[in-house]
Write a protein that binds this ligand. Structure first.
Ligand SMILES: Nc1nc2c(ncn2[C@@H]2O[C@H](COP(=O)(O)OP(=O)(O)OP(=O)(O)O)[C@@H](O)[C@H]2O)c(=O)[nH]1
Ligand SMILES: [Mg+2]
Length: 286
């Protein structure tokens, strides 16, 4: 099985930049993927925040299994970590985030106001690649302020974005330097947080089918008409058959099949799927 490891040089630089920038902000927004809240927590980053208030945003909730998202929120709450779910690309997310940020910073800003200081809150927005950091900023800023894209590594340098209620610092996605847990590493690969160029998509698709056939078999039955769940390869070949991914001579086109499976998941075409629940990783959220 492929061992997933990805920590390009620009991430070391980005971590250093965040460590320096955190002193300039009032709080931090950590954008997680609601489908993989444990995989998208970078505990190395948590240590950089130096006691500043942190709000965890379980983004892409529209693609996730809502029951599991709610169970994850309970786990965060139990761990004493402020968290909310949202879909940054949908209407209404900005208001919910702004309200929670207001609560989180209330004390600090009440003190400042008492001293006659009036200013807008400064927030650093961070998280692993592709979780929707720039999309959260665009939601809060009301317009396309920051570049977004459906692959890992769209944002490179840091960028301050001024909007009505906040000053926001967009940062490049950063990864933990090593993945102790390869199950979580694969979850990062499924959601597009790891550069696809370093991944073996066929192997990834096999692993994905192995997992999802246990947690959401009905979705596989519905979309690909899979009936034989005896092995990941049998499922894989049924996907190729169903989607017409065949080569001349009657061989399966595994390459196209693998990409299609992962892409169907990323776009939510299989259904609302969560890969894990934060409650199952309660001891390793911070
Ligand atoms: N369905 C759905 N898609 C989203 C949501 N938020 C962001 N996206 C999409 O996810 C992709 C990544 O979003 P970005 O905002 O670029 O993510 P990022 O975290 O800034 O990514 P990097 O800068 O590469 O680290 C884009 O295609 C967005 O349109 C969401 O809540 N729901
Ligand atoms: Mg970005």
């Amino acid at each position: 099985m492929q061992h997933i490891q990805w920590f390009p040089g620009h991430m070391t630089k980005a971590m250093r930049m965040m460590e320096e920038s955190v002193r300039l902000v009032d709080g931090v927004l950590v954008v997680l993927d609601a489908r993989a809240p444990a995989a998208t927590i970078n505990k190395k980053l948590n240590r950089l925040f130096g006691g500043k208030p942190v709000l965890y945003i379980l983004n892409k909730a529209d693609l996730a299994d809502d029951k599991k998202t709610d169970a994850s929120l309970s786990a965060f709450s139990k761990a004493g970590m402020a968290a909310l779910k949202c879909a940054a690309t949908r209407q209404g997310s900005a208001r919910a985030i702004a309200a929670r940020v207001g609560e989180l910073l209330r004390e600090k800003f009440a003190k400042d106001e008492a001293k006659g200081m009036e200013r807008v809150p400064k927030l650093m927005v961070c998280g692993v690649p592709n979780t929707g950091k720039s999309s959260v900023i665009n939601a809060l800023g009301g317009g396309k302020r920051a570049a977004t894209g459906d692959k890992a590594g769209v944002t490179r340098g840091k960028q301050w974005i001024r909007c009505a209620g906040f000053e926001l610092l967009d940062t490049p996605g950063t990864m933990p330097p090593s993945f102790d847990d390869q199950t979580l590493a694969r979850h990062l690969a499924y959601i597009g947080s790891i550069n696809d160029d370093i991944l073996d998509m066929s192997e990834l698709a096999l692993e994905f089918l192995r997992e999802i056939s246990v947690t959401y078999p009905d979705f596989l039955r519905e979309r690909y008409e899979i009936e034989d769940f005896s092995s990941p390869l049998a499922m894989y070949e049924q996907v190729c058959r169903r989607r017409g991914f065949m080569l001349r001579g009657g061989d399966f086109d595994y390459e196209r099949g693998g990409k299609a499976i992962i892409d169907d998941f990323r776009k939510g075409r299989l259904g609302a799927i969560s890969l894990e629940c934060a409650a199952d990783y309660a001891d390793s959220l911070r």
